[in-house]
Design a protein around this ligand. Sequence first.
Ligand code: ATP
Ligand code: MG
Length: 257
Amino acid sequence: MNDEKQTAQFAVRTTGLTKTYPRGTGTFNALDALDLSVAPGEFVAVMGASGSGKSTTLHLIAGLTRPTSGRVEIDGVDIFALGDAALTKFRRRRIGVVFQSYNLVPHLTAEENILFPLRADRRKLDAETLEKLRAFWRELDISDQLGQYPDALSGGQQQRVALARAMATDPAVLLADEPTGNLDWTSSQRICEIFDRVNRDENRTILLVTHEPAVAIWARRAVVLRDGKIVCDAPTSDFKDAGELAGYYQEIARRNA
Ligand SMILES: Nc1ncnc2c1ncn2[C@@H]1O[C@H](COP(=O)(O)OP(=O)(O)OP(=O)(O)O)[C@@H](O)[C@H]1O
Ligand SMILES: [Mg+2]
């Protein structure tokens, strides 16, 4: 079948991914030749101390900034080989992103925010798609807040709206940068449960940046960055709980200090 979707071997693959910034009179590598492969349906937590390059990695994979060198493939597509317009379109259709600060548009209601990526893409919503979206909004417990503006919502509600927006386009990969960073324990664990569910049931590929072991333990694999390089890459099943992951994580930080 011509229109059958090709399934790439990797949902995400970075090769020699490098981002260099000016510093003082010279330069430094925020990301240093990063090679990271994520299989379709994997759920990966990216950990590391402040300044280790987590957000830089995520922003490059999201196609929000261009690398100094190296490449990013999403679903087999070399995204930086695309021109700006094609990259924007690809991002909108295939990549969902959630940020720590929610990034909702203040003058749009929750529902308008969620549907924004579909509208921007001029996509028509059929009844079946709309029902699927609505079922997800019920799961997120935001059905009663759809007409509200972001500033009338709690942080947890805003983040669940942001997650609904990221998922509205049925993206190939869901990327999240410290999505629970501004949330209390209960809201944070609720967000993690939803990531876990969409990963297991929908085989959705997830890359989640966090420095919290209690969040990272929900992923199937933990990658730890230091100075823009991977210093650890292990299945989370190696750890009996978040406490053990936290201990290991501190040990790596000490060893590499
Ligand atoms: N636009 C920029 N210009 C110059 N340096 C930058 C820029 N963006 C990031 N950096 C630097 O690159 C390094 C990595 O930053 P990055 O934001 O990826 O870290 P992070 O791991 O996400 O940290 P945090 O946990 O604090 O969010 C840091 O040293 C940071 O100061
Ligand atoms: Mg960051």
